[in-house]
Design a protein around this ligand. Structure first.
Ligand code: GRF
Length: 196
């Protein structure tokens, strides 16, 4: 599910095409923004793509339409990739521990918007991205994986965001592979490989 550029979605689609994400296929791409670049890319790739414009509609009503669409397409794992809208509690309850999100910071630092700039302005020396399950709090659920990079003294917030994005494109597919494998347990807040 996306609202904009869709580069994480494209990276996931490439991983699948190149056979790096065994057992996964993209059942449908959903956008809440009709002009989203990612939606056009989904169509170019020949994937089912649906628009549910959210603007001006109550969250629960919009989400009910999206949930119905996900069910119609047999979706088992929902991946938010730049989907700029909070999910209703009903949505989260409909897919318990089956919704992933990617966030461009090392959570729990810098949740919310413009995380890369927040991190840069704070002066952190290490930054990165997080793939996590979605729960009822913003950028908060169980962490599946993180990738970290050093913040360069020569860079600015834009170059940091670009470098983090490159890590995101690796991280999301890796996280999906781990979840799809089913070989994990959630202990408290910890996502751990299942004991033999
Ligand atoms: C990414 O930085 C992601 O971490 C954040 O939104 C951005 C989406 O970028 N949640 P894209 O649409 O995947 O290119």
């Amino acid at each position: 599910m996306l609202s904009g550029r869709g580069s994480n979605f494209v990276a996931i689609a490439e991983s699948i095409r190149e056979g790096r994400l065994k057992g996964a296929e993209i059942a449908v791409v959903i956008s809440n923004v009709a002009e989203a670049e990612g939606l056009a890319k989904a169509r170019e790739l020949g994937l089912p793509a649906e628009i549910f414009v959210s603007k001006g509609r109550p969250r629960a009503v919009h989400d009910a339409d999206v949930i119905a669409c996900l069910r119609t397409h047999g979706v088992e794992l929902v991946c938010l990739a730049g989907y700029m809208r909070l999910l209703s509690p009903e949505f989260i309850a409909a897919f318990p521990n089956r919704i992933l999100n990617i966030h461009p910071s090392l959570l729990p630092a810098f949740p919310g918007l413009d995380a890369q700039r927040q991190a840069f302005d704070f002066g952190v020396k290490v930054a990165g991205c997080t793939v996590h399950f979605v729960d009822e709090h913003l950028d908060h659920g169980v962490i599946v994986l993180q990738r970290a990079i050093s913040v360069l003294e020569t860079g600015d917030a834009h170059s940091l965001a670009r470098r983090i994005l490159a890590e995101e494109h690796i991280a999301y597919s890796e996280a999906i592979a781990r979840v799809v494998s089913g070989d994990y347990e959630i202990r408290g807040r910890r996502f751990v490989k299942r004991d033999e």
